[in-house]
Design a protein around this ligand. Structure first.
Ligand code: NDP
Length: 283
């Protein structure tokens, strides 16, 4: 059975989506990137994550091209720069993103990271965009537990649909406090860099003997093992970026990989869960 994640509004999505960081940087790769995203949609990776930051809007343009004629098959997430997340600038930033995405709505619009604009103002801006129908839902990214507690204490802050944070096997800090709190409040966590692309430990992960051994025994790749591990817990959705159809199909197949208690124990011995609070890891 495929793993899914359900948002507070009742929307259920496959627990693996598609990232787009570094897409749209080079025109020569564009068709391959479009094809990869479309292949992802065809094999059920419905959520596509992008941001106004990626390639200065170029990644949103790639997504827009990939969505031509198939907008309804996707759930589009984009992110606003912190300095654009004020009452006036947010509308303009959102409209620029909509135009690059060639769509009339963003399914989930996130504050990319916390900046100087007060949270209450960003919440008002997000709720206003929602009322105008430009965004369906809103959320945040790179918020540690103290930021989330502050957000939840603001009027409207409980409407936050997700927190997108760095999470992979070599960076398990959120398991100590942030993840349990989000799970308790039914706020799904979106795991970025699930393959440790930007992590110091990527090479270690892919060549770790325990992971190679488990993957080999299960007849899967280490990448699939890493993704299955990230989405093993309730309310966690992984957004690996893949710019080849082969990688996309491999990642989609990870939705069905189940890990046994014995396998999880072996993984825990090599990569122990946190025993105390760790500051949120960011890229
Ligand atoms: P990932 O951990 O997703 O790693 C991406 C890398 O893994 C790429 O080099 C890709 O190669 C490779 N890859 C993908 N699938 C496979 C596979 N099956 N086997 C082997 N290698 C594979 O890193 P990202 O940094 O891209 O994170 C994912 C997404 O999260 C981003 O694209 C972005 O959308 C989001 N993000 C959000 C942040 C935030 O601040 N909110 C910060 C960072 C990321 P190839 O492209 O050649 O397929």
């Amino acid at each position: 059975m495929q793993k899914t994640v359900t948002f507070a509004n009742g929307q259920t999505l496959p627990a693996i989506g598609q990232g787009t960081w570094y897409m749209g940087e080079n025109a020569a790769n564009r068709q391959q990137e479009v094809a990869a995203l479309q292949a992802g949609l065809e094999c059920g990776l419905t959520l596509i994550d992008t941001a106004e930051m990626y390639a200065d809007g170029g990644a949103e343009e790639v997504v827009g091209e990939a969505l031509k004629g198939r907008r309804d098959s996707a759930w589009v997430v984009s992110k606003v720069y912190p300095w654009n997340a004020g009452e006036y600038d947010a509308t303009e930033a959102c409209e620029r993103s909509l135009s690059r995405l060639q769509t009339d709505r963003i399914d989930l619009y996130l504050l990319h990271w916390r900046g100087n604009i007060p949270l209450e103002e960003t919440i008002r801006a997000m709720e206003s965009l929602q009322q105008q129908g430009k965004v369906r839902h809103w959320g945040v990214s790179n918020f540690d537990l103290d930021d989330m507690l502050e957000l939840w204490s603001e009027a409207g802050g409980q409407h936050c649909a997700t927190n997108q944070v760095l999470y992979h096997l070599a960076s398990r800090g959120i398991e100590y406090d942030l993840l349990p709190e989000c799970q308790q409040r039914n706020v799904p966590v979106m795991a970025y860099c699930p393959l440790a692309q930007a992590g110091r430990l990527r090479d270690t992960l892919f060549s770790e003997p325990v992971l190679q051994q488990i993957a080999q025994q299960k007849g899967i790749s280490v990448a699939q093992l890493l993704l299955a591990w990230v989405i093993r817990k309730e309310g966690v959705l992984a957004i690996p970026k893949a710019s080849s159809v082969t990688h996309v199909q491999e990642n989609a197949a990870a939705l069905k990989v189940q890990l046994s208690d014995e396998e999880l124990n072996l993984i825990n011995q090599a990569f122990p869960p946190p025993q105390h609070k760790l500051p949120l890891d960011v890229v």
